[in-house]
Write a protein that binds this ligand. Structure first.
Ligand code: G1P
Length: 321
């Protein structure tokens, strides 16, 4: 059900981490139906956030936290992801001949971030199944899982904090964020108990996408996990849950009941690219903060907002532009 493809060699791997966790798994086999038709022939993970595909931000975050071995779990039509993290000989030659060193470096960067491997999730059986596909590659070591719909601002240190908690407390660690109760149905939701450590809780239970009435709290699981390899044995036995899919949340619920799951509470900058409106907000926010684009784009944006007509179309402003 899961097929390995050859790893791309990494010319300059990320700096060695003193931590035992070295591997990250990035599930990227979703169909991206919310973004059709853009995702008909392009993986949703390759949709640009300004000028980099969303998945590159995720790989950069993993590399920055010292995870230098990354396994992408991909599906059909995901060749573009493999190509993006590979060398592009002809393109590099053309840019080099033109002396365009800035673009040349930008083209070379993705393949240098880490040692990147790919495996195919033959059947789209859910996030839990995607993680299970990584079992052979990960082996008997703790590992991180990063979901591409959640981008964490590059200035944040969430993943490093989670790795630190894993070091000190063992078991598995999930990232939690307080959300408005009306939004818990979009996430895995955690029942928590204090640990006495600021920003770290014990997870006593987990429910995948509960109704607000059934939610144990407003702590949502956001897409970052550091998992103990014991999760694989549990996933092997996890029956399809919500939506008929094998849910990672259900496997973690079993570990939480055994007392081996902690949560790191995050209240920093997270960009949700999972639906269209959130994706647009993400692009605008990141564009505004980019030193090369921000000043001009922000000035335009202010004018645009000020010029929005009452029906919200901005037509007055567009004519003037
Ligand atoms: C997945 C997980 C969910 C988690 C969410 C975070 O859901 O199943 O528990 O809260 O990611 O983004 P998805 O958004 O893939 O439906």
């Amino acid at each position: 059900m899961c097929r390995m493809t050859a790893p791309h060699p990494s010319p300059s791997p990320a700096p060695a981490s003193p931590r035992p966790v070295r591997k990250a798994v990035v599930p990227a086999a979703g169909l991206g139906t919310r973004f059709l038709p853009a995702t008909k022939a392009t993986p949703k993970e390759m949709l640009p956030v300004v000028d980099k595909p969303a998945i590159q931000y995720v790989v950069e975050e993993a590399a920055k936290a010292g995870l230098d071995d990354i396994l992408m779990v991909t599906g059909r039509h995901k060749r573009a992801i493999e190509d993006h993290f590979d060398n592009a000989f002809e393109l590099e030659q053309a840019l080099s001949a033109k002396g365009d060193t800035v673009r040349l470096e930008a083209v070379r960067d993705p393949a240098r971030l880490a040692d990147i491997h790919h495996i195919r999730q033959g059947d789209p059986l859910g996030l839990g199944h995607a993680v299970l596909c990584a079992r052979h590659h990960v082996g008997d070591q703790p590992f991180a899982v990063l979901l591409g719909d959640d981008l964490i601002d590059a200035r944040e240190t969430l993943l490093s904090r989670m790795l630190d908690v894993r070091d000190r407390r063992q078991g598995s660690v999930v990232a939690l964020m307080e959300v408005d109760p009306s939004q818990v149905h979009r996430y895995g939701c955690a029942a928590v108990a204090p640990t006495g450590e600021n920003g770290v809780v014990r997870v006593t239970g987990l429910v995948e996408k509960p109704s607000p009435q059934k939610a144990p709290s407003n702590y949502a699981v956001i897409g970052r996990y550091v998992l103990d390899p014991e999760v694989f044995d549990v996933l092997e036995k996890t029956a399809p849950g919500r939506g008929g899919e094998i849910q990672l949340t259900d496997a973690l619920q079993e570990l939480a009941a055994a007392g081996t799951v902690h949560g790191v509470v995050f209240d920093g900058l997270r960009y949700d690219t999972g639906d269209k409106a959130d994706y647009l907000r993400t692009v605008v926010r990141i564009a505004c903060e980019r030193p090369d684009l921000g000043p001009e784009f922000t000035a335009w944006l202010k004018d645009f907002v000020a010029g929005l007509t009452q029906d919200g179309t901005g037509r007055e402003e567009s004519r003037a532009a």
